[in-house]
Write a protein that binds this ligand. Sequence first.
Ligand SMILES: Nc1ncnc2c1ncn2[C@@H]1O[C@H](COP(=O)(O)OP(=O)(O)O)[C@@H](O)[C@H]1O
Ligand SMILES: [Mg+2]
Length: 264
Amino acid sequence: MRRIAIINQKGGSGKTTTVVNVGAAIAEAGYKVLLIDLDPQAHTTIHLGFEPFKLEKSIYDVLVNEVPIDEIIMETHQKNLFLIPAKIELASAEIEMVNTIGREIVLRESLKKSKNSYQYIFIDCPPSLGLLTLNALTTASEVIIPIQAEFFALEGLTKLVQTIQLVAERINPATHISGVLITMYDKRKNICKEVAEKVRKHFGKKVFKTKIRENVKLAEAPSFGQTIFEFASNSHGSEDYKKLAKEIINGGRNEKKRTWKRST
Ligand SMILES: Nc1ncnc2c1ncn2[C@@H]1O[C@H](COP(=O)(O)OP(=O)(O)O)[C@@H](O)[C@H]1O
Ligand SMILES: [Mg+2]
C-alpha cells in the first residue's frame, strides 16, 4: 500500500487537481484507490460531484469525534475510486484537537483500524503547514509536491522541506519526498521554463518527467463534478495526468527495487 500526501502550503499549486485526476487515472488502471480530502475547502469532494453540506459525516468526525474511518468512506461514480470527504466544519478541527493526546497521528491510527485496504491512498492537504497537514505527513509514506510554474513558486519550499524532514526524524521515518511535479506549465512562457529549471536544479531526479500543462479543461472539470477523463478525455490535461499516473506506478516499482538492492 502506498500512502501519498500531496502537499504545498501555497494555495493554487495544483494539489486538488492532481489528487482527483491522478487518483482517477490509477483507479482506471485497475488499482483500488482512496482519496482523503483533508482541506476544509472540500475541493476534492466537490470535484468528485458531491455537495459537502449534504453529507452527514466527513473526515472531521474521524479527527474530532473518533468515528471509525470505515463509516465515512464513500464510493464515487468511478469504479475502484473511493473518497473520505471533507466539509467546511473541518476548519475548526485544528483548534478542537488542541487537547487531543497524540493529535498529530489521529488520521494514521484511525486508518490502521480500517478493515478496508487500498493499493493507493492520496491525501489532499490544505494550504498551510498546520495540524491537518501534520496528520497527512505522519500518515504518508511519500510526499508529492506540486509546484505551479510561476514567479513565486519557490517561496516557502524550504520551510516545507524542513517540516517533512522534522516529521521524518521525530514521528514517521518512512515519509520522504518521492516526487516534485511542475503544474500549469506553458512552454511559451519564459518564466515557466526558468521555474522548471530551478526546480530541477534543486530537486534533481525527484522531479517527474511529466509536466502538467496549463489546460483550461482541467479548470472547468470541477464545476461539472467530473474528472478530466470524464469531462474531456482528449485534452492535454487528460494526456498529462495519465502519463503522470504511469510514472507514479512505475516509480513505486523502482523504489521497491532500490530497497531490495540495498538490503542484499
Ligand atoms: N494544469 C492546469 N491548467 C489550468 N488550470 C489548472 C491546472 N491545474 C489546476 N488548475 C486550476 O487552478 C486552480 C488551482 O488548482 P488546485 O488544484 O485547486 O490547487 P490547490 O489545490 O493547490 O489549491 C483551480 O481553479 C484549478 O482548476
Ligand atoms: Mg486544493
